[in-house]
Design a protein around this ligand. Sequence first.
Ligand SMILES: O=C(O)CCC(=O)C(=O)O
Ligand SMILES: [Fe+2]
Length: 300
Amino acid sequence: MGTNAATETAKQDRDIDTLRRFVNLSDYPVDKRPSGEQESHVYWETVERVRNQLRGDGCALLSNFIKSDVIDLLREESEELAPEAFYSDNNVNPYVTKDDPSLPEDHPIRFFQHYTNGFVARDLIPDDAIIKRLYQNPYFMRFIADCLEEPVIYEFSDPIAGLVINVMPDDTELPWHFDTNEFIVSLMTRRPQEGGEFQYCPNIREPGNENFDAVREVLQGNHDRVESLTLNTGDLQLFKGRYSMHRVASAKGQRLCTLLGYSKTPDMMGSLEHTRKIYGRVTQQHIDAENQRRQDNLMG
Ligand SMILES: O=C(O)CCC(=O)C(=O)O
Ligand SMILES: [Fe+2]
């Protein structure tokens, strides 16, 4: 075996080891993707279950994704990193864009809410953290891509936003917003004592159609189209957050949720404005990418 092949094999062993140690493989056989002819297989049955949830309302819950014997470790790891969070202390509209005083006062673009949560950025999370090992794991990524019906997904090239811990101190909430990225993978790493539900409006907007009237109604307190989800520590969630406005309800006790950002292209980078607002800093990579604008005619 040549040196490269040996290195590759060692990496595969490490990647499989990560799955065996941390993932509940009996319920989620992430390591068993069949190659070649086999059609009906436990791997694809699992993927199909997730796909059905996503096709329904853009959200899928994978309960007990993390093995029960490492839940405490997962929680402690996030608790230790939580003090590194940056708190933006910003007023932000659902699109994380500037105010437009030419619009009527009740327009969603003019609806500013206070962000009281913080984020631990990717570059502050050690390489051997469970969440980072999972984030970069090619089998895990392959599984997520299959669930999303995407041929391939990439880690964000964004050195700050790719993998973050959302830190919500006692009695805080994360207000209504759309995500920059089309989909997000979340891993609950510390369920709060009470509250902190994930609330979302399935597909309230779509490419080319902001649907401002419906968004305004939700912002004004009409929850007719709002779904609510409670995650336990170790649960994984897949969510299409660019189309479904969402928020995290106020919680009693600290809530820690790790957000694993992947994209369809290898060049995903947050905008300067968004990154500065949410993380308090930008990198040269963010500045260089600023001119690459999106094609979907949606804000944020
Ligand atoms: O913490 C969560 O469950 C979701 C957070 C979120 O929506 C975000 O940070 O964009
Ligand atoms: Fe979000």
